[in-house]
Design a protein around this ligand. Structure first.
Ligand code: GLN
Length: 545
């Protein structure tokens, strides 16, 4: 642990979607592999207090931390790369910044002063940046500024960065991510957008130290020198970021480009030898050279925007690599499934996952998908709403309660097998009011989940309002659906299983949030393993007959 924390700011220019989150996570990984303790923070320039109330179509998945913060999906990348949990402090939005300043103003803490963007909003931004540094836990804090330089919304953030540089130049570093496009008509890479983007930074008083240039073609020495000269950085500070087939290659790409060496040099931190990243390379090898292939249906209602299920699809990469198997996801819109097209939609898949979600759209298709999996012995994994629909399907088709439902959708049904949690009943606001964050769960010995985790007590993250209605527990268990995971304090059902089925597991929590490259999630590993086994069994059977 160094005496002073170093701050690295990552900004983006030219266009959005250049991959600031992945570059930040990759740099953090390289620094962590050298023995530095690193954390990454995302500052989001929108006015929502957090992404919890955002439709996934707007912003992709809402990622939940152990301490129950609803955050930007980039925090998922940070955890998956670093294998270290993040928290509320790692994601701050403009809405949160303004709301704390306004609350302070209402309390009279500004003593009659006019409250302004500079210094009050920028001070609050700096305070939020420094909170992580002052915790004493980190040598390096990487702060990713969301949005693109030049946006009105980003201005206070870039100004806060300028002030941080003015206060502690030797402890701060700015990395600017830009695009170097290839114009096929001219047959050339073009540096002008990068020059303009750096110029926009300069107008705001910030000179980037390092440029990471996203490109589809190799940057030769003359282009690097040109960018360096016009953007006022050292030639070694022009880093090429070529497109790659998987995000997990980016740390190695950045290592080849010596981004970590350049960062350490500029921050006056000792370069304590090239990290080997053996575990990481081993994972990549397994990912790229699978020995088998399976297809899993991902049934959900936000499938048009794959970022809506980011942590689930990443967890399948981790679990696939752990099983040396390529997991192909077949994305199926739940609203397009009905009892007449089940064979067409699901007939060719080896496993079925029903995704989390809210509201009634597509729920019938989800119930049909569960029925198909249950009746045909297809390995099934239901997450959150996916678990709840598995309970509803069982109640309707096995227990014969045809009107069974969740009160989220049918408040007056006679068999509310999924019902609002007691503590949720008096809550009116939507933002930040669910059961959020990590809770303990006790697993039943001999169950599939217990086999998967190999532990009696686990801790998983939640994000829901409704739960299994314990009044019906006996009916379910007597007829073959067992609660194999329960909260030890409240008795809330966290996992249900059908032991007679090859692999049928529904989890009220979200295991996908905790899967990382170095710690692939046991439930995803178990599910993929079960799918492979079942597929092999079916292949053997068809060979014999
Ligand atoms: N809508 C359900 C609930 O609130 C499930 C939530 C989810 O899938 N994350 O309980």
């Amino acid at each position: 642990m160094s005496e002073t924390t170093k701050y690295i700011f990552v900004t983006g220019g030219v266009t959005s979607s250049l991959g600031k989150g992945i570059i930040s996570a990759s740099l953090a990984k390289l620094l962590q592999a050298r023995g530095y303790s690193v954390t990454i923070q995302k500052l989001d320039p929108y006015i929502n207090i957090d992404p919890g109330t955002l439709n996934p179509y707007e912003h992709g998945e809402c990622y939940v931390t152990n301490d129950g913060a609803e955050t930007d999906l980039d925090l998922g990348h940070y955890e998956r790369f670093l294998n270290v949990p993040t928290s509320q402090a790692n994601n701050v939005t403009t809405g949160r910044i303004y709301s704390s300043v306004i609350e302070k103003e209402r309390r009279g803490e500004f003593l009659g002063k006019t409250v302004q963007i500079i210094p009050h909003i920028t001070d609050e931004i700096k305070r939020r940046i420094k909170i992580l540094g002052q915790s004493g836990e980190y040598d390096i804090v990487i702060t990713e500024i969301g949005g693109t330089v030049g946006d009105i919304e980003s201005l206070p953030y870039v100004e806060a960065v300028r002030q941080m540089l003015w206060e502690k130049r030797e402890d701060c570093l700015v990395i600017h991510l830009t695009l170097v496009p290839f114009l096929s008509a001219a047959g050339e890479l073009k540096t002008k957008p990068t020059q303009h983007s750096v110029k926009s930074m300069l107008e705001l008083g910030v000179q980037p130290d390092i440029l990471v240039c996203r490109t589809e073609h190799h940057l030769d020495d003359s282009i690097r020198r040109k960018i360096a000269l016009f953007c006022n950085v050292m030639p070694t500070s022009v880093i090429e970021s070529l497109d790659v087939s998987t995000i997990y290659e980016v740390p190695l790409l950045m290592q080849n480009e010596k981004l970590d060496v350049e960062v350490l040099k500029k921050l006056n931190l000792p370069d304590n030898g090239e990290p080997e990243l053996l575990e990481w390379k081993d994972f990549l090898k397994r990912l790229k050279e699978p020995k088998a292939k399976i297809t899993i249906a991902l049934v959900g209602k936000y499938v048009e925007l794959k970022d809506s299920y980011k942590s689930i699809s990443e967890a399948f990469y981790h679990a696939g690599a752990a099983n040396e198997c390529k997991v192909e996801l077949k994305w199926i819109h739940s609203a397009k499934i009905n009892e007449d097209n089940l064979e067409e939609k699901l007939g060719d898949v080896d496993g079925i996952l029903v995704a989390p979600g809210f509201g009634s759209r597509g729920i019938d298709g989800k119930i049909e998908a569960v029925k198909y999996a249950r009746e045909n012995g297809i390995p099934f994994f239901g997450i959150c709403l996916g678990m709840q629909v598995a309970v509803i399907e069982f109640a309707r088709n096995v227990l014969g309660w045809h009107d069974a439902h969740t009160t989220e959708i049918e408040q007056q049904c006679t068999h509310p097998v999924i019902d609002l949690m007691e503590e949720q009943k008096s809550i009116k606001n939507l933002g930040g009011t669910m059961r959020l964050g990590a809770y303990d769960c006790e697993l039943k010995k001999g169950s599939k989940v217990h086999d998967a985790y190999g532990e009696d007590m686990i801790e998983e993250r939640h994000r829901h309002r409704y739960e299994f209605n314990n009044a019906y527990m006996q009916d379910f268990e007597y007829n073959g659906m067992i609660a194999t995971g329960k909260n030890p304090k409240t008795g809330l059902v966290e996992v249900v299983e059908i032991p007679e089925h090859p692999w049928f597991v529904g989890a009220q929590f979200h295991p996908e949030y905790k899967s990382t490259v170095e710690r692939p999630h046991p439930l995803f590993i178990g599910f993929v393993k079960a799918v492979i086994k079942q597929k092999q069994k079916l292949e053997m059977k068809s060979k014999v007959s």
